[in-house]
Design a protein around this ligand. Structure first.
Ligand code: ADP
Ligand code: MG
Length: 230
C-alpha cells in the first residue's frame, strides 16, 4: 500500500530514503537518515572519515541492506527486493565508481568497459560508438587495447568512469573517486564526471572527504556520526 502511495507521488524523485538505520552488531553506524534526491540534481556527500559516508552510499546503491527503514530507487522499494532483483536493478540503473578501481586485470580496458553491457545482455555494437566517443573526450583512446596494469592510475580511473557511465545509468554513485589523484587531476576528474553524467542524462552522487571536491557541488549532504546534519 505504502509503496503505491509513494509511487504515485514520486514524480522525479530518483532516490528516497525513509528513516534509515544501520548497525553492525551493537555499533550504530547510521541513524534516522531521511533523504530525497531528485533526477538531474548532482549531490556531494561530505563528512569526516568514519562518519558513515560509504555505508550511506552502499545502502543507497543497494550494495548493503539497512538494518531499518526503506529505500526507493526510481519509485521501487529496493529494501523489499531479493538479491537477484537487486543485482538486476543495480545493473540497469546504477553505475559505480570507487577509489580503488575494480578493473579486472585479465581483461583489456575495452573489455572491462563492455562488461556491464555483457551482463545486461546488451549488444556491443549498440554502445561501442558511444564508448569510443567518451574515450576520445577523456583522452584514453590509446588505453583501450591495453591491460589495466599497462596504464597510469589517472587513466585507470577514466576507464572506470567510462565503464560506470557506459549504459547511461540513471544514477552514478562514486565513493572517493579522486582519492588517489593529485589536486590537479582531482578537479579534472570531477569535471569529466559531471560532463559525462550530463551527456548521459545521469544523476551523480559523489562521496568525498575533500573540501575542494565538495565545494564544486551545489547540493551538499553533510554527515556526522551517522547522521545528516545539513
Ligand atoms: P566513511 O566512509 O565516512 O569513512 P564508513 O561508512 O566506511 O565511513 O564507516 C562508518 C563506521 O562504520 C566506521 O566507524 C566503520 O568502522 C564502521 N563500519 C563500516 N563497515 C563496517 C563493517 N562491515 N563492520 C563493522 N563496522 C563497520
Ligand atoms: Mg568511506
Amino acid at each position: 500500500m505504502e509503496q503505491e502511495t509513494v509511487n504515485s507521488s514520486v514524480g522525479n524523485i530518483l532516490v528516497q530514503m525513509n528513516d534509515i538505520g544501520k548497525s553492525y552488531g551493537q555499533t550504530e553506524v547510521l541513524k534516522n537518515i531521511n533523504l530525497n534526491i531528485f533526477e538531474g540534481q548532482n549531490h556531494v556527500i561530505q563528512g569526516a572519515s568514519g562518519s558513515g559516508k560509504s555505508t550511506l552510499l552502499y545502502i543507497l546503491g543497494s550494495l548493503e541492506r539497512p538494518t531499518s527503514g526503506q529505500v526507493f530507487l526510481a519509485g521501487k522499494e529496493t529494501t523489499k527486493m531479493n538479491d537477484a532483483q537487486l543485482s538486476e536493478m543495480r545493473n540497469r540503473f546504477i553505475g559505480f565508481v570507487f577509489q580503488f578501481h575494480f578493473l579486472l586485470p585479465s581483461m583489456t580496458c575495452m573489455q572491462n568497459i563492455l562488461l556491464p553491457a555483457k551482463i545486461a545482455g546488451i549488444k556491443e555494437k549498440k554502445i561501442k560508438a558511444k564508448i569510443l566517443e567518451y574515450a576520445e573526450e577523456l583522452n584514453i583512446t590509446h588505453c583501450l587495447k591495453k591491460y589495466p596494469f599497462e596504464i597510469s592510475g589517472g587513466e585507470q580511473q577514466r576507464v572506470n568512469i567510462i565503464r560506470a557511465i557506459s549504459l547511461s545509468p540513471k544514477l552514478i554513485l562514486c565513493d572517493e573517486p579522486t582519492g588517489n589523484l593529485d589536486s590537479k587531476n582531482t578537479q579534472v576528474a570531477i569535471a569529466m564526471l559531471k560532463n559525462l553524467a550530463k551527456e548521459a542524462g545521469s544523476t551523480l552522487i559523489v562521496v568525498t572527504h575533500d573540501n575542494s571536491v565538495a565545494a564544486s557541488f551545489e547540493h551538499k549532504i553533510t554527515i556526522e556520526d551517522g547522521q545528516i546534519i545539513g
